[in-house]
Structure formats: structure tokens, C-alpha cells
Design a protein around this ligand. Structure first.
Ligand code: TXA
Ligand code: MG
Length: 342
């Protein structure tokens, strides 16, 4: 085994002594250290292809309680369990035909499936918020896969932000959220997708969209047939996924979407090559100068964070098309703008 002092030598002190956060490149040695921390009930920041997560051993209630406390997350909002593949999923949920089809088509990847839970003690009650279902996802990221494989069981992980804030797509943003409260953040650059996973309910009544995300709905429907749009996935006020009832994805300053003008002291977030875009602004960024929705998704949270830090009084965001990944981008913008005083 690779020895990496002092992390592996001092597993017990990490919570009681509030260690300073260590950000380490996700080398094999650092991943090994992270696995030891998870085994010892610690919480680790790690990259996935969607956003950075705050990982804990799914069967350890103390570790899971630490995750909720770090995020300031309401106890009624369950976590996603990250698995190594269909075989691990089958130890946790009932996998029937449609779920199997979706897993085979889209795992590993940015699709989370909410399924009937059958895993006994494998995922602690706190992580499931006491529900009879569990949200499962196999991440498509070598670091996340190595962590799950090394631990040998599921890792529960919410996005690595404080509750109600923007999800982090870089390790620096994770460090900014939790300063010295995390013993280890595995760093592997910016996330390739940049939006959280699409969350889909799978039941005898069919498929329901609980949260639009990094896998576009038309891609899912092409494989699995029609998906019901639950009211929760289109309005923050009628939640189906428990997490959608809370204000989400919010920058610290007011945000206006579909903006065609700029107001006093606002920053501007553009999209595409738009000759009619308003000029000026406290700061200006473009989600994708070419008008590519995948690029826009990748840039969304990081650019909102930069504009928030620019000293502007608010952010005006250009219209973004609603097809493909645009649905999830517009969802996040809508949630950020609700709760804003415009
Ligand atoms: O891409 C992602 O999904 C990232 C990375 C780290 O995997 N994770 C993430 O987790 O976004 P979180 O906790 O920030 O969002 C999970 C969402 C919440 O809205 C939660 O309410 C919903 O999934 N959810 C979890 N378990 C559920 C369940 N059993 N039924 C319905 N919704 C559930
Ligand atoms: Mg989140």
C-alpha cells in the first residue's frame, strides 16, 4: 500500500479538531488517502463529470450527518448514492426492464435514477431521508470511479456547495465554500458537463423528470420513450424531488434572465453571437460565443460565480434557447432569479 502521511495516520482527529482543508491533485496516492478517510467516516470533496461532490460512506450515519451539517442541508432532502455500475445498483434497488435499459444506455453518465430501495442497511436511513426510494448514479469520472471501487460500496454525495448556493465545477470553488472544514478535496480541474445530473423517477407509473440536468431529455426519450414532466421540474414552487422545494442555484446578487437590456451597475452574461446584445455593463462574459449549449452548460456556474464576485449589483442573462441542455440551463437560471428582487 502507498503510505501518505499524515492523512492516513490520523484518521480520528479530522472532525474533532476542524482540520484545515487540503486540496490535492487526484493522484493515485491522494485517491488512496481519500479512500482511507471515507473508511474512517470522513467527508471528502471529489470531482465528477457533472459537478464536484461532497462524498461520504453511504452506510455510515455519522459521516452522512457530517455532510448534512457541512452543507446546512435540511434533513428531509435525500442524497444521491454513487455506484460502480449495474451490479452494485442491484444490491440496493429493484432493477426492472426500464431501469435496466436506462442504465445500460446512459451509465456511467449524468443520469440519476430514483428507484424502489431494497438495500437494507447498505444506505443509512439519514442518507435516504427515511424514504422508500433511493437516487442512484454511476458517475463517468475516473476519480469518482476509483473512490467507489476502492471503498467497495456506494458513496453518497450532494453537490459540494452550501445549501442554496451555486454548485461548484472547480476544486477552488469547493475550497471557497468550505474553507477549512474539509480534510481533503481531490482536485482534477473543471467538470466536463458542468450541470448536475438529470434526475428521473422510475416507477410502475413510468418515467418522471424530477430535475432537468446534464443529460438532455430528448436523448433519454429517444431511448426510453416519453417522460412525464413533473410540475417540480418546471416550477420551483411544486416540488417532487425534495431538494427542489428549496431555493437553489442562487448567486449572492439578483439575477434577471431573458434580459435584452442592461440596468445600472449590472453585469451581463451573454449567449451566442448576438449583434443586438446590450453594450457596456460592470462585467461581461459569454456562456458560449458560438452558441453551443454544451459549452454554455460547462461555463454556467463558474461564470455566474465570477460575475457575482465582480462587484456588480446584479446579473442580466441573455435569452438561452430551451432545447437540449438549454432546458436545464434555463431551469437553473429560473431558480436563481426567483428569490431575486428584480
Ligand atoms: O450531478 C449530480 O447529481 C451531483 C453529483 C455530485 O453527483 N449531485 C447532486 O446532488 O446534485 P444534490 O444532493 O445536490 O441533488 C440531488 C437531488 C436533490 O434535488 C434531491 O432532492 C433529489 O436529487 N433526490 C435525491 N434522492 C431522491 C429521492 N429518493 N426521490 C426524489 N428525489 C431525490
Ligand atoms: Mg445540490
Amino acid at each position: 500500500m502507498i503510505s501518505i502521511a499524515p492523512m492516513t495516520d490520523t484518521p480520528a482527529v479530522q472532525h474533532s479538531k476542524a482540520p484545515s482543508t487540503r486540496m490535492r491533485m487526484a493522484t493515485p496516492a491522494a485517491i488512496e488517502a481519500a479512500i482511507r478517510l471515507l473508511e474512517d467516516g470522513g467527508v471528502v470533496g471529489f470531482p465528477t463529470e457533472t459537478v464536484y461532490g461532497l462524498g461520504a460512506d453511504a452506510r455510515n450515519p455519522t459521516a452522512v450527518t457530517t455532510v448534512f451539517a457541512l452543507k446546512g442541508r435540511p434533513a428531509d432532502n435525500p442524497l444521491i448514492a454513487h455506484v460502480s455500475g449495474i451490479a452494485m445498483a442491484e444490491t440496493l434497488v429493484r432493477v426492472e426492464d426500464q431501469a435496466q435499459l436506462l442504465m445500460e444506455a446512459f451509465w456511467p453518465g449524468p443520469l440519476t435514477l430514483v428507484l424502489p430501495y431494497t438495500g437494507g442497511e447498505r444506505i443509512c436511513t439519514a442518507a435516504r431521508a427515511g424514504l422508500q426510494t433511493i437516487a442512484l448514479r454511476q458517475p463517468a469520472h475516473r476519480v469518482a470511479s476509483a473512490l467507489i471501487g476502492g471503498l467497495g460500496r456506494a458513496i453518497v454525495a450532494p453537490s459540494a456547495n452550501r445549501s442554496g448556493r451555486l454548485s461548484p465545477t472547480t476544486p477552488q470553488r469547493v475550497a471557497g465554500e468550505f474553507s477549512d472544514a474539509l480534510p481533503l478535496i481531490l482536485s482534477d480541474g473543471a467538470c466536463a458537463v458542468g450541470l448536475e445530473s438529470t434526475v428521473l423517477g422510475v416507477s410502475d407509473n413510468g418515467l418522471t423528470l424530477l430535475r432537468p440536468g446534464g443529460l438532455a431529455l430528448d436523448v433519454i426519450e429517444a431511448v426510453a420513450g416519453p417522460v412525464q414532466r413533473s410540475p417540480a421540474s418546471t416550477s420551483a414552487k411544486r416540488p417532487a424531488a425534495p431538494g427542489m422545494r428549496h431555493r437553489h442555484y442562487a448567486p449572492g446578487i439578483p439575477l434577471r434572465m431573458d434580459a435584452r437590456d442592461l440596468r445600472e451597475a449590472e453585469a451581463y452574461l451573454g449567449f451566442g453571437p448576438n449583434p443586438f446584445a446590450p453594450k457596456g455593463g460592470m462585467a461581461r462574459l459569454n456562456l458560449s460565443p458560438q452558441g453551443d449549449l454544451e459549452e454554455a452548460a460547462r461555463n454556467l456556474f463558474a461564470m455566474l460565480a465570477r460575475l457575482e464576485a465582480s462587484g456588480a449589483a446584479g446579473i442580466a442573462v441573455a435569452p438561452v434557447p430551451t432545447d437540449g441542455l438549454g432546458a436545464a440551463i434555463n431551469d437553473r437560471l429560473r431558480r436563481a432569479s426567483e428569490g431575486s428582487t428584480q
